[in-house]
Design a protein around this ligand. Structure first.
Ligand code: GLN
Length: 454
């Protein structure tokens, strides 16, 4: 049914870069056979899933949305993909994204934009717009995204889906094509909070192949979602982050947010205001730390090891000239912009002033959150300042594009988990997201509060 749906709507939505129909059907038939033989199977066995194209999949093309990886077929599976296979979940295909996960609209994909199923003239968010659009358009019941600065949560907000960024280290990064290694985290994109909890429990857990994988990751996620579904939040202390609820937010986004605070109060939660003063510097720190790490991570795309190789039009074919020609042709404008920013920020003489300062700001933001979580159990804010904007609207203005992530980036800098749950429609009839943040390893709280809001 999902493959049929993809066939019917994906020409218009363009959520998928690759559809793996045969592989998906093979897995589905295997699960059917195991069930028929009376074997116990996982409760998500046979439930199909779409996977963001930044996650490597053995035998399935993986491009991270970049022309530089066109035609590359990985020889191995990411740990999270191994876990999907182990649960018997058919992989429907690979979803579109901003190139190397840099962007907030999926317009920076090397393969053309994805469109928001709510209004095809609008963006589905980014970088994981493909995964969110696939779920919103009923092309897939579940999807995997990655979130470095909001790429799961912001697409969730603007497509009316649920998106979860787990605690840093909660889901293995082995087999994710790295954007910024200290910020990247994979997580669920679904239509309900319970679905996200179920999927999170499949993909999460310690992995010895990821050096930053937690040895004691979050547990009890499904149980917490079920507890939240009772609608009772007695005793839960909720903090509204002062710095994430003000200027620049669309009136309809603010109105829905206020209504949800009332809902939380009605469910028995205590709602207070808290201040995280350094959060206002998160965007600036992020756009030094992320390009720095990305410029280093992307150095491996050199025309020698993976995908595209372009030789210079004329003159000698030296390694350096092949690298320059390949990177010049294979990377898009946003990727080049960030590589230049990152190499500049890391260069001798500037390192302390830019990268060093940004790391100090990061520590201050972490301390703000630690102090806030001494007072409250969860923090809340709107997920994104506006609803989905029109395609092309912010393409020529990188700073306006970056501003979409003001509310999501702080969690990545602090390594804490966050969820975006659908929060009704704004005055323009488009979906709005409600964000819940919890302390590291307390992912269960996201599911409890998130489910109570549904
Ligand atoms: N939009 C943010 C950026 O462009 C977030 C990206 C992400 O989470 N992968 O960096």
């Amino acid at each position: 049914a999902h493959l049929d749906r993809i066939g019917a709507v994906d020409d218009a939505v363009h959520a998928f870069l690759h559809v793996s129909a045969e592989e998906a059907l093979r897995t589905a038939r295997e699960v059917d056979a195991r069930r028929a033989a009376g074997e116990a199977v996982h409760e998500l066995a046979g439930v199909p899933i779409a996977v963001k194209d930044v996650v490597v999949t053995k035998g399935l093309p993986t491009t991270a949305g970049s022309r530089i990886l066109e035609g590359w077929v990985p020889p191995y599976d990411a740990t999270l993909v191994e876990r999907l296979h182990a649960a018997g979940m058919p992989i429907l295909g690979k979803t579109n994204m901003d190139e190397f996960a840099m962007g907030s609209s999926t317009e920076h994909s090397g393969y053309g934009p994805t469109r928001n199923p709510w209004d095809l003239d609008r963006i589905p968010g980014g970088s994981g717009g493909g995964s969110a659009a696939a779920v919103a358009a009923y092309e897939a019941p579940l999807a995997i995204g990655t979130d470095t600065g909001g790429s799961i949560r912001q697409p969730g907000a603007v497509t009316g889906t649920v998106g979860v960024k787990p605690t840093y280290g909660g889901v293995s990064r082995y087999g994710l094509i790295a954007l910024a290694s200290s910020l990247d985290q994979a997580g669920p994109v679904t239509r309900t909070v319970l679905d996200s909890a179920l999927l999170h429990e499949v993909i999460g857990g310690h992995d010895p192949r990821d050096a930053t994988s937690l040895s004691d990751p979050a547990t009890g996620l499904v149980a917490a979602a079920r507890e939240g579904m009772t609608g009772d939040l007695s005793g839960v202390r909720v903090g509204v982050v002062d710095e994430l609820d003000g200027e620049g937010y669309q009136p309809g986004v603010r109105a829905r947010f206020e209504e949800s605070l009332e809902l939380l109060r009605g469910a028995g939660a205590e709602v207070v205001r808290v201040s995280c003063p350094h959060v206002v510097y998160a965007l600036a720190a992020y756009y030094l730390i992320l390009p720095s790490e990305a410029s280093s991570n992307l150095a491996k795309f050199d025309g020698m090891r993976f995908g595209l190789r372009v030789e210079p039009d004329e003159g000698p074919v030296t390694a350096e000239r092949v690298m320059a020609a390949t990177r010049g042709a294979g990377f898009g404008a946003e990727v080049k912009r960030r590589i230049i920013l990152g190499t500049y920020a890391l260069s001798a003489g500037y390192y302390d002033a830019y990268y060093g300062s940004a790391q100090k700001v990061r520590t201050l933001i972490q301390r703000d959150f630690t102090a806030a979580f001494d007072q409250v159990d969860v923090l809340v804010s709107p997920t994104a300042p506006t609803t989905a904007f029109r395609l092309g609207e912010k393409l020529d203005d990188p700073l306006a594009m970056y501003l979409n992530d003001v509310a999501t980036i702080p969690a990545n800098l602090a390594g804490i988990p966050g969820i975006s749950v659908p929060n009704g429609l704004s005055d323009d009839g488009l979906p709005v997201g409600f964000q819940v943040l919890a302390p590291a390893r307390a992912d269960a709280r996201l599911y409890r509060v998130g489910a109570a809001l549904e």
